[in-house]
Design a protein around this ligand. Structure first.
Ligand code: CO
Length: 172
């Protein structure tokens, strides 16, 4: 599976728009991919990263909400099993969309079921910052980016930066 090392994939790479496949084999190559994802997340100073952003359309994301001594979390084959609370707007960015920020509206409380690196199922719940990160990363696994969800006014403001990103990718 993952030919290490991986690198951060930027918009408009088509892998970001694929629907990620379920992970079926919990082996050494999965652990390698996850450690690459964690490396990329920290090197990019992000709070989360989904596998498509490392070039692999698999249902995996990692996150670290960034408070001191916070351990890295790994979510494999995640499912949002509950999402409620009055949806709130908050500003988000994305490592695959450098220079772009916009307000996105999301439920404030989320319960997630996922598997860890051994394949063991677990559930977690948050009504704080992780709830937003999880939903952002879960979107990546559906091929959805913040530019699809942000307020029209923010999308308009991002138009030039998006155009530059597309132009840069076609030069490579
Ligand atoms: Co993102």
């Amino acid at each position: 599976m993952p030919p290490a090392p991986c690198h951060l994939v930027l918009h408009p790479d088509p892998v970001l728009r694929q629907k990620a496949q379920a992970v079926e084999t919990f082996d050494e190559s999965l652990a390698t991919l996850v450690s690459e994802m964690i490396r990329i997340m920290h090197e990019s100073e992000g709070v989360g990263l989904a596998a498509p952003q490392a070039g692999h359309p698999l249902q995996i994301f990692v996150c670290n909400a960034g408070t001191e001594n916070e351990p890295d979390s790994v979510f494999i084959n995640p499912e949002i099993i509950e999402a409620d609370g009055t949806p709130e707007w908050a500003e988000e960015g994305c490592l695959s969309l450098p220079g772009i920020h916009g307000r996105v509206r999301r439920p404030t409380r989320v319960r997630l079921r996922a598997q860890n690196l051994d394949g063991t199922f677990f559930e977690v719940e948050s009504d704080e910052f992780p709830a937003r990160i999880w939903q952002h990363e879960f979107d990546h696994l559906q091929g959805v980016l913040i530019i699809d969800r942000m307020r029209p006014i923010d999308r308009l403001a991002a138009r030039r930066t998006l155009k530059d990103l597309v132009a840069r990718s076609s030069q490579q």
